[in-house]
Structure formats: C-alpha cells, structure tokens
Design a protein around this ligand. Sequence first.
Ligand SMILES: *Cc1c(COP(=O)(O)O)cnc(C)c1O
Length: 412
Amino acid sequence: MTHQIVDDRPLPEGLHPDTLAVRVSIPRSAYGEHSEALYLTSCFVQPSAESAVLRYAHKEPGYTYTRTGNPSVTAFENRLAALEGAEAAIATASGMSAILALGLGLLKSGDHVICSRSMFGSTIALMSNVLGKFGVETSFVSQTDVGEWRAALKANTRLLFAETPTNPLTEVCDIAALAAVAKAAGALFVVDNCFATPVLQKPLALGADLVMHSGTKFLDGQGRVMAGAICGSRALVEDVLRPLDRTVGLVLSPFNAWVVHKGLETLSLRVMAQSANALKIAQWLERHPAVERVFYPGLPSHPQHELAMKQQAGVGGSVIAFVLKGKTPDQQRARAFHVIDRTQVCSIATNLGDVRTLISHPASTSHGRLTEEQRQAAGVVQGLLRVSVGLEYPPDIERDLARGLDTCAEIS
Ligand SMILES: *Cc1c(COP(=O)(O)O)cnc(C)c1O
C-alpha cells in the first residue's frame, strides 16, 4: 500500500511534464503551507493501538517509522515517478544503493546479468565484486553492438543493465533494441538514466522494465546531496523492491529527499539550458587546433549521433569528452593537466550534472583504478578531458578552456 499525501486539490489529467514537475506531489500539513514542509522525524505518533497494528501491517495508510516511509521521501518518489511516466518509484540513499537494491531485490545466487563494458566504474565493481561474492555472474559486452548482448544470453540470464549516454565517452546504446532482447529472453531490463534524465529520455516508454537514477547528479543539480531512485511498475517497485528496502534500510533521508524533490522543479529548465550551452562549447572545441577529437552526442561527428537525436528528444545532454593532441601518453597527460590547471572558472571536480561547469581528467580520477590496458580498451586515454557543462555564459567557459588549450603546444 502506498502512503497518501495531502494535496490540496486533485490535478487534472494530461498535464505536461513541466507542469507536473512543479505541481505534482506536494505534501501539505494541516497548516496549509505553500512550500513543501520538511518532515525531519524518525518516527510518527499513532492515533491508537489498533491503528498502529493496521499501519505496521500496511493495511491502513499512515506513517510509522522513517525507514519504512516518510512524507518528504514519498513526495520525491511520486514526483519522479510522474516525470519518468512510471507507476511507482522508490528512493534510496545514493545511486549506488539503488543498484544494490536492484541486485538484492531481483537477483539470487546462480543468476546471470549482462552489462555494458562502459558502465559507471562503481557499477562494474558492484556487479563483479559485491554481487559476484554472492554467486551472481556478470558478462560485460559492447555498449553499442546489440548482437553482443544477444550472444551473451544464457538460460539463467535474469537482468540486462545499460546506461546511456555513458561516462566519459558519451556512447549511446539503443534502449528499444535492448529492451526487445531482454523481453524475448524473459529477463528484466534496467536503464541507468542518470546522464539523460527524464527530460531527454524516458526508458520505460521505450520498453525498459526499470529506470534507476543517481539523484546526486542532475536531479539535485546543485551539488548538495546524495540520492538515488528506482522507477517502474507497481509490481516490481512496491511488491519486490520496497519490502526489501524497508528491511535492509538503503533509504533516502527526509532532508535529502526534500532537496531533490525541489531540484526536480527546475530539472527541465536546467537540462535544456545546460545542453544548449554544451552544444555551443562542443562545436567550439571541435574547431580548436589543440583538440584531436570531441565526443558529444549532439555533434554529427558522434558515432551514434542519429540514434542519440532520436532517443534523447534531439538534445545531446551536457557532458562533453575531448582528447588533446599529443605525441605520447605522457605529453597528452601533461597537456590535459595544463588545461585543467589554467582554468579560473571551471571547478576541478569529478561530479557531473551541476549548474556549475566541472572539468576532470578521467584517466587519473574516475578511471584511475583501472590498468592501462583496461583504460585503453575503454578509450580513456591520457589526453582525455571531461567537461560537465553548467549554466555559465558559454563564451566565459570557452575563454576559460582556451587559456590552457591555446598554450598546449608549449607543453612538450
Ligand atoms: C554517479 C553515478 C552513479 C552512482 O551514483 P551515486 O549517487 O554517486 O551513488 C551511477 N551511475 C551513473 C551513471 C553515475 O554517474
């Protein structure tokens, strides 16, 4: 049973997501506050002993204990579900705890999972090292070749897991095609929608069974809190994942839920504005003589440009990767560090989806734990830089990057 939220009046049907983002799922106390209250409490007072029995059995609506439900958390879950077009959503403490909840809730020893080789590094580690320890086997395949996914299927394949676009090279996979592969095999298909967000891409409408999020990135968008979520059918979210989460306690704190719930109100504006800025900066980078190659789904030079435009509402997103020219890996690395260190506006940080532009060197940070061979295979060369474009005026960011790029040739 889901908890009730006291909305003033029921909303009419057929509202656009931009309207839903600011109007749907507003918890309101008896005081009638217009801004959503923050329910910073670990437990709830019960009206009677009999009510407590019914509520603990989930036979009567009403909150009991924040690990099992909290109005601020429910508010975020319902608003995100509305934006993803899902029947239900469950919030978790971080993106990684959402993936752990998926593993614990949907898999058992002896099950097989197929994942892209280009997944977020901690996702690969969670599948291989954590779930692997409990007898779950994972095959890693190409991000873009659907045939490899089909060939990796086994009788015990229970889950296909994809992320698109990927970090840092913005590789795009075909969600509808992979959903069809999963469906034909009787497996569940999960999409990590962290990079595109429901503003650009709705995986459930393309056939995915579940969508997961790191709310730490675009959903908050202002770099304040950690959060995660899983959206999908009521049968999977409410009947399978929520009982698991209530027991193991991967839950989101009410304060963080209140922050990301508010973040969703400006998600569409931020994603569209940041993507428009990113396209300008990607085009500028592609013309710069110090740059060897730019990876950005919004550029016609991107290998999956057409698929990305079809799948992502014609928008490339706000993460760009680019490789600097350089004769040797050492020279490339020195030039990459030079470009980073000459910036005065961009933040040197590995997060993404923030309203402030962030720059990072994946080979020495997010992908620093991989061997040189693994990095080469993933395309994470020493000259690669990643920029998560924010809301600054694009020419200011171009000038900031130009400080290092224009003087790269001096670095031998
Ligand atoms: C950051 C990230 C995660 C993990 O989320 P956390 O909130 O940091 O736990 C998962 N997937 C992708 C694509 C990410 O960028």
